[in-house]
Write a protein that binds this ligand. Structure first.
Ligand SMILES: [Zn+2]
Length: 406
């Protein structure tokens, strides 16, 4: 059994959010920035499916299939969580409300199978170090970790199955390829400069980071997202500045208000609802260089631009509806082909879109989406005994092209 570990960190807004790649992870067809995993085709076909095409990391969406617990041990020196109320009981209630509301943001998106009933009521645990590779999804506010280098605000560690039947600690055995077996969210408890405030405490805590924004972002990783290069997306890799929050606060009228359309489209791809008849538009194509001699010679077989940020904009509103990190496709039995393919899926129908491609050479760099792109291939070097015909090497993201898509 092999399990892939992926770590994502959210840093201070003045630096960039780095992504630590601990081991290979992987996923399917054309892009979007999801975390992906190549099934372990060295295992029997009954376990691996036999295809080396990447599959997306995701949670199961049966009733109460997502369990989550959180440690009530809060950092006291320094204080890491600021609340409006100060009694112990009221503090925990206030924090739990943030957890519940942050989850509700994601389960409120229409057109997905991720619904409020998918997530069980979060459970409290007293243990300080509740986070670990134990098959239990946990949020920890006072657990030190090697990943907390200076400037890291919070990070998520997600372990994904690459073969059916895999199990981790007390997780159920995987019934789907790419099933997330464990996802833990860590908040920095060490750095005295880093504090988090609940929405009610934030107005009087201008130097604190908004707990709800950071947690909602991390829950995106928990659900299988990598980062987005769309600045208005919740999955944009930079934390909002201290004292501010992402987007609009969720409200009873619009629980998913803090998400961007890019996040909503992404969630529909990760957890598609077969009865959705609205968000079923697809735009697909290839990003090719004007001069094919400009393609990299190594690794061999690259026939299109890889690593382009392809964006669909609603022509009437100017809003970004979806964006993907493009440049590959895959057909069973794999491996992924780096042919410049992009696919923008689950777009709302009856709208006109402008599609453009841009290199990742701005605020968001390829390093911030490593779990989404570095995990598209496995080969005999990364995995001894890997069948050569199903192996590949991920090319470097092309960040200097000027090509436009048609
Ligand atoms: Zn992140």
């Amino acid at each position: 059994m092999r399990i892939k570990i992926r770590t994502t960190r959210q840093k201070l807004s003045s630096t960039f959010v780095s992504v630590l790649y601990l081991a290979a992870t992987a996923q399917s067809a054309a892009g979007y920035a999801f975390n992906q995993i190549v099934p372990d085709v060295r295992q029997p076909v009954a376990m691996s499916g036999g295809s080396a095409c990447p599959v997306r990391a995701h949670q199961l969406t049966a009733a109460s299939s997502i369990s989550l617990r959180w440690s009530t041990t809060l950092g006291t020196s320094p204080v890491s969580i600021l609340t409006q109320t100060q009694t112990t009981t009221a503090r925990l209630t206030e924090i739990e409300q943030v957890i519940t509301q942050s989850l509700a943001v994601w389960t409120a998106v229409p057109g997905t199978t991720l619904v409020p009933a998918t997530v069980a009521q979060p459970q409290r645990v007293v243990a300080q170090n509740a986070c670990g590779s134990d098959g239990l999804n946990s949020i920890c506010f006072d657990q030190a970790d090697m990943a907390f280098t200076p400037g890291v605000l919070a990070f998520s560690r997600v372990i994904t199955s690459d073969a059916l039947g895999e199990q981790l600690g007390s997780s159920p055995a995987a019934t789907q390829l790419g099933q997330i077996l464990d996802a833990d969210i860590y908040f920095d408890p060490i750095d005295a400069q880093v504090t988090f405030a609940t929405p009610t405490a934030l107005p009087t805590s201008p130097k604190a980071y908004d707990l709800q924004s950071v947690l909602t972002h991390e829950l995106g990783h928990f659900l299988g997202f990598s980062h987005s290069a769309v600045w208005s997306a919740m999955m944009y890799p930079y934390a909002p500045a201290p004292g501010t929050f992402n987007g609009v606060r969720p409200s009873p009228q619009q629980l998913d208000a803090s998400l961007g359309d890019d996040d909503r489209t992404g969630l529909r791809i990760l957890y598609p609802n077969p009865t959705d008849t609205v968000n079923v538009g697809i735009i697909t194509g290839r990003i090719l260089p004007a001069n094919s001699l400009s393609l990299p010679l190594s690794p061999p077989g690259v026939t299109g631009i890889f690593g382009a940020h392809v964006v669909a904009v609603d022509q009437s509103s100017g809003a970004v509806i979806a964006a993907t990190i493009a440049g590959w496709s895959c057909a069973s039995p794999g491996p992924a082909q780096f042919d410049g393919t992009y696919k923008l899926d689950h777009l709302p129908l009856n709208r006109a879109y402008t599609v453009y491609a841009e290199p990742l050479n701005g605020a968001v760099a390829p390093a911030q989406i490593i779990p989404a792109i570095a995990t598209l291939c496995r080969n005999p070097t990364t995995d001894p005994g890997w069948p050569l015909l199903q192996g590949c090497v991920v090319p470097a993201a092309n960040t200097s092209f000027t090509t436009r898509s048609r």
